[in-house]
Ligand binder design. Structure first.
Ligand SMILES: [Mg+2]
Length: 166
């Protein structure tokens, strides 16, 4: 079974905080009446990660992630599993995602990409028994090649370690 990869959207795929004087780092899309700058090159990176991970949306977008993103990003799937948060979403941190992420991950190795990881998220990662990786993004840059490489290397080491286990 592959490790799980929890994917945030705002600050990872939908970018913000970039200098308005520069060309935007993506194209603008209307999502439920709000304009988002989406880095469409993330589509290839996510498709590549999907070969090694079970991808799960972990975002305040909830179901909207599937309504919009596979199409905008040209993903090879129509939808991914989605975590729901029962109205707990808060813009300034990501600790409100921990319970839903923990429940979904169970005992499995898991990585989590988010621009808003805080102390509660780090504590969760430290205290898990299964291998866990947190990957931070800069909200104006999002999921880039460096983050993808980090994730793939982690997955490779994990697979190797599992193969060596007696
Ligand atoms: Mg975010």
């Amino acid at each position: 079974m592959p490790p799980i990869l929890f994917l945030d959207v705002d600050g990872v795929i939908s970018l913000f905080g970039f200098p308005t004087s520069d060309p935007p780092p993506g194209r603008f899309h209307w999502v439920d009446g709000v304009v988002h700058c989406i880095d469409e090159t993330c589509g290839d990176r996510i498709a590549c990660l999907r070969e090694r991970f079970e991808l799960v949306w972990a975002t305040g977008w909830e179901e909207k992630a599937n309504e919009y993103l596979p199409h905008i990003l040209g993903l090879p799937v129509r939808e991914l599993p989605v975590l729901t948060f029962d109205g707990r979403a808060s813009p300034r941190s990501a600790h409100w995602k921990v319970d839903a992420i923990d429940e979904y991950a169970g005992e499995r190795p898991a990585a989590w990409v988010d621009d808003n990881l805080d102390e509660a998220c780090e504590r969760w990662a430290r205290e898990r028994a299964a291998p866990t990786l947190l990957v931070r993004t800069e909200p104006h840059m999002g999921l880039g090649d460096a983050e993808v490489e980090l994730l793939l290397r982690w997955e490779q080491d994990l697979t190797r370690a599992q193969g060596e286990r007696p």
